[in-house]
Write a protein that binds this ligand. Structure first.
Ligand code: PLP
Length: 468
C-alpha cells in the first residue's frame, strides 16, 4: 500500500515512511491510495476470534510490504499483552440496545493506549532493522503524553521527551508521566501553558539543524499508524453484536477527529455501520460544521472533558479529502481559507456526502454531569466525562426519532472514570478508585525536570540527555 497527501504535492510514501514522517511535507495528512475492502465472509469469520487475530486481518492490507505476517503477529501480541482485559475492548450494556465499548483497559486508562502501544512496537521494529535511533518529542495537555511514555518506555531505539504545562495537568495525568523509571523517558514540566509547550515543540521541528542532529520524530494524532490501530476495535465491537449480518452505530466523543475517522475507515472496509455520531462538548466546531456547512474557529473553552477542548480538528482533513472526491486542490483551497480567515464553507456535495455517514450532537457541561449521574443510577456504571458525552449524544440523536432503534448503539468509553475523579464525584457522590495496577500511583516516586519556557534551555537539556 502507498500513501498520498491530502494536499497532493508531497511525495507518495510506503507505510514505514508514512509512519516515520507523521505530517506530510506539504502540510497535508497521509491517507492510503485506496481503501482495502474485506469480504462479507472475512468479516463474518471474525466472530469468536481474539482481538489480536482481528487486528492482524484488519491491519495487514495497509502494511504487508513493511512487516511480514509473523512479524506483524508479534508486534500486535506485544502491544496488547499487558491490557487488563482479555477482550482488550470489552462491551458493557448500559441501556436498551445501548453499549459502552471500554477502551480504557490499557496502561494509562484512555483509548490512546491502543494506538500508542502498537506504534511503539512498530517504531522499535523499524528502527532496529535500520540501525537507527530517534528522539520522540511531544507536547501534551494530559492523555497523549502519558500514553506515549507508557508505549515507548524501555525501548532501545527511542528516547521520548514529553512537555507538559507545569502545574496544569491533573495529578493522575502528571504521575503517569513522571513515575516510569526507564532511562529513555523524560517528563519535562515547562513553566508555561499547553500552547507554550506546543510552540516549543514546533520550534524544535523548525530548527532543521537540531531536528536532524537529534533525529526528531513525532507521534501526534495525525500519524496514520495511530488512526489505523484504532480501526480494529470498530470491527471487534460490531461483530460481537452481530455484524456483518446486521448494522450497528457508534457514538464517538470527538476532539481531533482521529477516533471517529477510524470508524469511518472501518465502514469503507466493508463493516456495515449505520451512523457515526460525532459527539462534541461545548467546543462544537464539528457539530456546527455538520449542521450548517460552515467550519469556523472560535476560542477554546475549558470543560470537564479536557481531551476534547480542541478547536481545529486536524484529522477532519482526511474525511474532507474523500468528501471532495480526493480533489487535493479543493483541500488546499479550504486550508488556505482556514489560515487566512479562520473559516471555510463546505460545498453542498461535500456536506451531503459527509451527512451520509455522520450525525453530530453538542453536549453541554450540565448534560455531561446529568448523564454520568443517570447512567450510574440506572446501570450502576461510572462513565468518565468524555464517555458521557458520547452516551448523551447517542441518546439525543435517538430521541429525535431519526435513527433506527433496532440498530445497536455502541458508545466509545474513552477514559476510565478515575482519570477525572472530581467531575465524577461531583455528579454521583462517588470518588472512582484507580484500577489495581495503578492503585499505588499516588505513592510512587516522581521524576521530572522543570524547565523555563525557553527554547535554548530546552534544546541544551535534550542534547545533554541524548548524548549520555
Ligand atoms: C484523545 C481523547 C479524545 C478525543 O479523541 P480524538 O481522536 O482526538 O477525536 C476523547 N476522549 C479522551 C479521553 C481522549 O484521550
Amino acid at each position: 500500500m502507498h500513501y498520498v497527501s491530502t494536499r497532493g504535492t508531497a511525495p507518495v510514501l510506503n507505510f514505514e515512511e508514512t509512519m516515520l514522517a507523521g505530517l506530510a511535507r506539504d502540510g497535508g495528512l497521509y491517507v492510503p491510495q485506496s481503501w482495502p475492502v474485506l469480504s462479507f465472509e472475512t468479516i463474518a469469520s471474525f466472530a469468536g476470534k481474539s482481538y489480536e487475530q482481528v487486528a492482524q486481518a484488519v491491519i495487514a492490507p495497509y502494511l504487508a510490504e513493511t512487516y511480514d505476517a509473523a512479524t506483524l503477529e508479534r508486534l500486535i501480541r506485544d502491544a496488547y499483552a499487558h491490557f487488563e482485559h482479555p477482550a482488550r475492548a470489552p462491551l458493557i450494556q448500559i441501556g436498551n440496545n445501548e453499549w459502552v465499548m471500554e477502551l480504557h483497559r490499557g496502561g494509562t486508562l484512555a483509548f490512546k493506549d491502543f494506538a500508542m502501544k502498537l506504534i511503539g512496537q512498530m517504531f522499535e521494529e523499524t528502527l532496529t532493522r535500520r540501525g537507527e535511533r530517534v528522539t520522540i518529542i511531544g507536547a501534551t495537555s494530559g492523555d497523549t503524553g502519558s500514553a506515549a511514555i507508557e508505549a515507548f518506555r524501555g525501548l532501545d531505539a527511542v528516547d521520548v521527551f514529553i512537555l507538559f504545562p507545569h502545574g496544569r495537568v491533573s495529578e493522575v495525568q502528571r504521575r503517569q508521566m513522571t513515575t516510569p523509571a526507564d532511562a529513555n523517558v523524560h517528563a519535562l514540566a515547562i513553566e508555561g501553558s499547553f500552547d507554550d509547550c506546543q510552540a516549543l515543540v514546533k520550534a524544535m521541528f523548525n530548527d532543521h539543524a537540531f531536528r536532524d542532529a537529534q533525529k526528531l520524530a513525532a507521534v501526534n494524532s495525525i500519524n496514520w499508524a495511530r488512526v489505523l490501530a484504532q480501526v480494529v476495535y470498530y470491527f471487534t465491537a460490531a461483530v460481537s453484536l452481530g455484524a456483518p449480518h446486521r448494522k450497528v452505530s457508534f457514538s464517538v466523543p470527538t476532539g481531533n477527529f482521529g477516533d471517529i475517522f477510524a470508524g469511518w475507515v472501518a465502514k469503507q472496509m466493508g463493516l456495515p455501520i449505520d451512523r457515526l455520531i460525532i459527539a462534541t462538548n461545548e467546543n462544537d466546531i464539528l457539530h456546527r460544521c455538520l449542521s450548517t456547512g460552515e467550519y469556523a474557529v472560535s476560542g477554546v473553552k475549558r470543560t470537564s472533558a479536557p481531551s476534547m477542548d480542541i478547536q481545529v480538528s486536524s484529522n477532519f482533513e482526511r474525511a474532507l479529502f474523500d468528501a471532495y472526491g480526493r480533489d487535493a486542490s479543493a483541500i488546499r483551497g479550504l486550508m488556505e481559507s482556514l489560515k487566512q480567515s479562520g473559516a471555510f464553507t463546505l460545498s453542498e456535495t461535500a456536506l451531503a456526502t459527509l451527512r451520509e455517514d455522520f450525525d453530530s450532537a453538542r453536549v453541554s457541561e450540565d448534560e455531561v454531569s446529568h448523564t454520568i449521574r443517570d447512567v450510574h443510577h440506572a446501570a450502576h456504571y461510572l462513565l468518565d466525562t468524555h464517555s458521557a458525552i458520547g452516551v448523551h449524544a447517542a441518546r439525543q440523536r435517538r430521541a429525535s426519532g431519526e435513527l433506527d432503534p433496532s440498530v445497536p448503539m455502541i458508545c466509545l468509553g474513552c477514559a476510565h472514570a478515575a482519570k477525572f475523579p472530581d467531575a465524577v464525584a461531583a455528579a454521583t457522590g462517588i470518588r472512582p478508585a484507580l484500577p489495581p495496577a495503578l492503585a499505588d500511583l499516588l505513592e510512587r516516586e516522581e521524576r521530572m525536570q522543570v524547565l523555563p519556557n525557553d527554547l535554548a534551555a530546552l534544546q541544551s537539556h535534550i542534547s545533554g540527555k541524548t548524548e549520555s
